[in-house]
Design a protein around this ligand. Structure first.
Ligand code: C5P
Length: 297
């Protein structure tokens, strides 16, 4: 017997970042939007806890206990005093180390899959606690849709979304390390008084009304200067996407994936083709939002 869970990627439509806290994290106003690119996590009883991965970028995924999927199984098993011996297979479609929460998706997926496999029926609040222990973005991967994350991003308020948004994601060569991007943010802001992060009411209204043009005008990512500083070539990708007719473009989370909002699905396909032709990215993917959170198939 095995259980498979499908989990979406995310884009941050607003990522407002405060100054570094004493614990090294940053307070955020982080507006997450789940998008229709998915990993599938399958758990099967086994003699030991093992991880495998398939997909075009599978060779970049760690298969040891540092994989958030393995850690999720261990944490859930420890809470219930049971043996975490399962084989976890990740069918990976979300870009690796791309700023789209692919690792977090696998953590949330494995957690929900193990909970079902072991018949635990854990309340969502308990699963969310474990998600927050796994990483700042993991609770959102479980919930999906759209949500405002405060604290280090793990405290979620679900947000209403009034329509579909069509996105194009330009996937870059190689990944960017999230801690390295936050360190660069700190370096760039060392002499500045970084204001406390606040969610934009204009942006929340645009999400609620499903207005793509209004959302495009409100997109903001405070990590973008840091990601561009570490990867200057992303500026060319952003230019190519906006010249191709995107309503707006920004770096997704800590990057290096760049995200472009299109007026509709047809426009999104045209922007993806133009981005590929521009040779400023490795591949371009089209996806609609909002997507539902982790779901047992
Ligand atoms: O929570 P998570 O393990 O995903 O965070 C990865 C790294 O990203 C942290 O070690 C920290 O360097 C940075 N981070 C941060 N502030 C946040 C979230 C993440 O500085 N709110």
């Amino acid at each position: 017997m095995s259980v498979t869970v499908r989990v979406p990627a995310k884009v941050n439509v607003q990522l407002a970042v405060g100054g570094a806290r004493d614990d090294g994290y940053h307070d955020l106003a982080n507006v997450f939007l789940a998008v229709g690119l998915y990993d599938e996590v399958t758990v099967t009883p086994a003699d030991a806890l093992t991880v495998s991965c398939s997909g075009p970028d599978a060779d970049q995924v760690p298969l040891d206990r540092t994989n958030l999927a393995a850690r999720a199984a261990e944490l859930l098993a420890a809470r219930h005093g049971i043996d975490p011996s399962v084989h976890i297979h990740i069918a990976k479609d979300i870009p690796v180390a791309g700023g789209m929460a692919g690792g977090s998706a696998d953590g949330a997926g494995a957690l929900l899959a193990c909970d079902a496999l072991w018949g635990l029926g854990s309340p969502t609040s308990e699963l969310l606690d474990i998600c927050a222990e796994l990483g700042s973005d993991v609770p959102f991967s479980l919930v999906g849709g759209a949500a405002l994350g405060t604290g280090r991003g793990e405290r979620l308020t679900v947000l209403p979304v009034g329509g579909a948004f069509h996105w194009v994601f330009a996937v870059a060569d190689g990944g960017l390390s999230t801690p390295a991007v936050y360190r660069e943010f700190d370096r760039l802001n060392a002499d500045l008084d970084v204001p406390a992060p606040v969610a934009s009411t204009v942006l929340l209204d645009a999400l609620r009304s499903g207005d793509a043009a209004a959302l495009a005008g409100a997109l903001v990512n405070d990590l973008q200067p840091a990601a561009l500083s570490l990867r200057p070539s992303l500026a060319d990708t952003l230019t190519a996407g906006t010249e191709a007719g995107a309503l707006a473009g920004l770096v997704s989370g800590s990057g290096p994936t760049t995200a472009f909002l299109a007026k509709d699905e047809t426009a999104a396909r045209g922007i993806a083709d133009a981005l590929l032709a521009s040779r400023t990215c490795r591949t371009a993917r089209v996806a609609a939002a909002p997507a539902t959170g982790a779901t047992v198939l």
